[in-house]
Structures are given as structure tokens and as C-alpha cells.
Design a protein around this ligand. Sequence first.
Ligand SMILES: [Zn+2]
Length: 720
Amino acid sequence: MLKKLAFRLTTVGFCLAAAVIFMSTTDHNTTNAADAPAAAPNPLLAKWVGPYGGIPPFDKVKVADFKPALEAAMAENLKEIDAIANNKAAPTFENTYVALERSGDTLNRVQTIFGIWGANLNTAEFQPVQAEMQPKLAAHFDKITQNAALFKRLQAVYNSPAKKRLTKEQQRLVAVVYDGFVHNGAALNADKKPKLADVNQQLASLYTKFNQNLQGEESELNVLIDKESDLAGLPQSLKDAAAEAAKSKGKTGWMIRNTRSSTDPFLTYADNRKLREKVWKMYVSRGDNGDARDNNENIKQILKLRVERARLFGLPTHAHWILQQKMAKTPENAMKLMEGVWPAAVARVHEEVADMQALANKNGDKIKIEPWDYRYYMEKVRKERYDLDENQIKPYLQLDKMREAMMWVAGQLFNFNFKKLNGIPVFNPDMVVYEVTNKITGAPVGLWYFDPYARDGKDSGAWMNQYRNQSRVEGNVTTIVSNNANFVKGKPGEPVLISWDDATTMFHEFGHALHGLSSNVTYPTLSGTNVATDYVEFPSQLLEHWVATPEVLNRFAVHYQTGKPIPKELVDKIKKAATFNQGFATVEYLASALMDMKIHLAGDANIDPRKFEKDELGKLGMPKELVMRHRLPQFRHIFASDDYSAGYYSYLWSDVLKADAYTAFTEAGGPYDQKVATRLRKYVFTVGNTIDPADGFRLFRGRDPKVEALMIERGFPVTK
Ligand SMILES: [Zn+2]
């Protein structure tokens, strides 16, 4: 997942103001300042200072500073916008589009840190500030989008014959910014604009509420186990992690937290079927417990408001409005791809269930496979069929070593060098920071922050966040990115062992980070990962492939006790089992993606989320032995912001590009082929949004993407 600033409702970046520092004092009551000490400046408003073109002042952030800082930064931003809109000179690319690129620097910095707190440190103190400020930020961006004088100038340049004389990147900036303004309502009739702003503010409040409910359930609900015998089947490392989790909450015994990193391994290994059911139910019921944190009513309201907004644009549904700005272009194109893959995936699930049932029968277990059995028996089938056990792999996958592995791959494919830094301010002591430079030229590339562990107030899952975009419009600005995950800490001093899936996820998020770090563009709006969501997952998913390369495994997949590299027989077994369980993985994902599109294509039908989910899954022929990867009441991607709404299909769309792109490497001789790597950097990783993604892919691959590689990768039959 790529985490954007959740409150940025507009996709237009308002970045990088000129060097205007607006120092706000929060002390409005000091009338006679003659003898009074000067009020301390709000540290959030100050320019980022220190090395690397300035770094985020995480050590100085106080929650109480957010509100005054955001208010001051919004006021400053509006002044900048007014100056651009009311410029006496005739509108030009320079005095309108570039001026806009230079504006909003302070707000961008404050918002970035505000967003980081929202996703990582969402405490009881922070929550009311977030609830208050999100709608205000939504209103702020609508004020800019709806500034008629500004839009008139943007339009004048957009329609001017002089546009043809601009460089390709400049013309692209004009198109992207102009389309963004139109998409967000700049061209609407005056009578519709206040309605749009009102809808956006209501949505911002609901998104915040949705996410806070979910965070509450993930932080506070858990399953506490007091008998060690109930942990039978679990490897020692998981028992230790569960004991640490209990200890961190002041409890004795073993705790299974309400997060995927905690529940998935338990469901895979725990022999106690009753407890598996309990843990499974806790996790899939997040946001759906009929209590104060239940998200069903929020979803109903979000859906209604989204339809209302689409109607303002004369569009039938929210899905149509969202897809305007995607590579897929229409909901029909996205549906066609998903529906094309679905039957093969469901057929494979039926085979997988039959295999598991046969094994359970053979073992005399006297059960019928239920959703809380899937991971458990799947693991047993894997062991029987491929003589492969996740527990054999795990001792070779140390979190620290996998981090080194990613950096080594970045050196091979991107010429990046990583050096650990000390003394850089972080918002949690577990966070580490690396300087990234070009291995050949030594030129600075940026900074990479890594925050690996789960804690209360942090979103579950894993993501990348862009703290600062690369650009050259105001000097040479380098990228700052983070990767965040939810690994469970092991015993102090012992390495954290992770699963194969976790290692793959790490490479995925690191792929987003490399996309941001590779950026080589002029304008921040077009920088790095500022591309459509159905394209942005392509670079990240592509990186996943390098985990399994022998070059990585031999160097970094070393046993945590013996230091010996993972044996070749084990690697061969992993490869042989590569398409194992693809039925489960594809169906649990696709069910969520189809539901996302269907619920947003339903128009203004009065939707009861629980009933809708049940009915539509029935119509789809969803196998009853598994559940959607994200049930609606916990579907953060689509209800905690607009970003992946009617857009969860993006992962499959990007996967088609990814699978096809990887074959470019294998056809050329291997994953480290330098010619293909150079093309990949040139046309995909460095260009940001300066070219149309379809053109970028074509330049890299020499043709349009084909879906066959994806079907082969997942072990599904290829039909012409
Ligand atoms: Zn992603």
C-alpha cells in the first residue's frame, strides 16, 4: 500500500513555496509584549533545517502545535494563491503554473507531519485534533480549487497557442494540473460549488471516524491466552512474540493482537481449532461489532455522499468519477480484467479446499474446512506436497538481513548506496534512517526512514509514505520517504524472524520507496509516486520478484543461528511451490476488489453494507471457505480516504504490467540484466508523472502489456 496524505482530497500538489517563513505565535493574549518573554515559535511552521536540505523535526512535535500550525499554514497558502490569482500581468506558464508549484511549502510540511501522526501515533490526545482539522483542510483545498480568478488563469494558459512552445514536461504539468482542477470541481457552475465543498468536508469527517474506529479495535481488542498448551503447534518465535505482546500491555500469558501480522501466523499454526475460530472472528469483525466503533453506518453515509458528489459532475456513480483519473479510464475496463481472472481463481480454490479436506479426512480430524481452517490445512498440504514448511524458511529470514537484501538489490538495479545515520530525529526510537546516494557518482539521492514495529495508535499493515518530493523548481530538492510495517518484536536482543509473505511485502513497500527516490523531474506535482494508483503499484509489485533471486537468497537468507545460507533444496522447493495457494490469495484479494467496484457502481441505492456484502458475494459464487481480504467495515483503502476507493482493482491492474515487465528481464537473461534495468529506470522509475503511464510502459517493454504473464505467474490456465 502506498500511503498518501489522507486529507489531501485534491490530487493537485501545492508544493514548495518560496522562502516565506510564517512564524505564528499561539499566544494571542499577550497584548503588551514589552517585558513578556517572546512566545516560542511553532516548530511545525519552521523550515526543515539540518543536513540533506532539511529534515523533519520529529523531536520537536507537540500535538498541541498542530492546530495553530495548520491554521497559520492554510492562511499563508491562501495569501500565496491570491497573489497568483490576482496578478496584474497576463497569465503565463511561469506566473501561474510554476507559481502554483512554488506555493504551499509550509502547509505541505505541516500536513506531512500531521499525516504521519495520524497513521503512526494516533493517540487519544491526537484524535480530536484530527477530527477537527480534516474537514477544515478539505475546505481549504476546495477554496483553492474553486478560486475562479485562479482557474481563469489556468484555463488561459491551457488554451493558449503558446502552450505548444513549452517543453514536454511543462505541457504535461499544464495538463495534469488543469485536469486535476476540473476533476475537483473548478469548472462546475457556481451554484454547485458550495454543495461540493460541503460534501467534501462531511466525507473528511467520516473518513477520520472510520479510521479511528478501526485503529481503536486493532489496538484494544485482542485474544489473551493463559495456558501454554493452547499454543500447541506454534513455533517458539511466535510464542515469544505473543508473550512480549502480553507483557507490553501489562498482562501475563500470551496475546494475539488484532493485526494481520499477529493473527495470520496464529491461524497458520495453532492446533487449537476453537482458538483459531476465536482469533479469526476477532480479526474479520473489526469495525463490525455493533458497538460504538461499528463502521457500517459510516459506510452508508460515505456512499451516499460519494454518489451526491458524482452527480454534481453529471456522472452516474463515484466509480465513474474516480476512474477519470486512472490508467484504466473506465470502471468497465477494470471490471473486465477482474471478471476475466475470477473464474480461474475460484476454480483453483475449490481444488485447494478438496486437497485440504482430503488431508483432514486422512488425518482423522473429523472436520469440514471452515475459514479459520484454511491457513492451517493449507500449510499442512504444502508440507505434504512440497515437503515445504514455513517454519523451515523462517529461520533464514531475519528482518535486518532482509533490509540489507533490499538495499543490495537497490545497489544492483538502481546504483543506490545506503548508509545508516545516527542522530536524525525520529518519532519512535525503533525507527532507523538511511542516507541514499548514487553509488557511482556519490550524488545525494535522499533519505529513507524505516519504522518496522507494531504499536498502539498505528495503522495495521505496511505502507510507504512520501515525506518530501524530489523537484528542481526551487533548487535541487531531494526525496525523503519512509517504509512502515507492523512486525511483532521478538525477545530483546534476538533477531526478528519473518515469513516469506512478510519479506515479499517488505520488498513491495521498498519498491514504492525506490520509485520516490529515483524521481528525476522538475515539478513536484509530477514527482515520483504522484501517479495514478493503478500504475503506482507496478514498480512496487515488480520489486517483489527480487526476493526469490538466488543472488539475494545466497547472500541474505542466512540462518539466524548458524549463519549458513538457505539450502538449495529448500529454495528449489519454494520455487516449485510458487503457484501453490494462488487460488486463496487471488480470491481473497479479488473479492475485495470486486466488492469495492460493485458498491461504488451501485449508484444511489440505499445500501446496507452487511447485506450488500453477503448478497453480492453470493452472486459472485464466493467460496464459503474463505473471506474477503478486507471486509467492508474494515476496508481502509476505500473508506478512510478517496485514494483507493473504486480503485482497489489497482493491484491487479498493476500486476498485469508487473508480470509482463518481469518477463522482459527473464527473456533478456535474468533479473539483474543491466540493459533492462536501465530501461526500467529511464521509462518507469525516474519519470514520475511526466509522461502518460501507458506510453512509459510501451517505451520500456516495446509494446502494450499482455495479461498472459500474470495468468502463468499465478498458475492459472491461459485462454486466448
Ligand atoms: Zn503498494
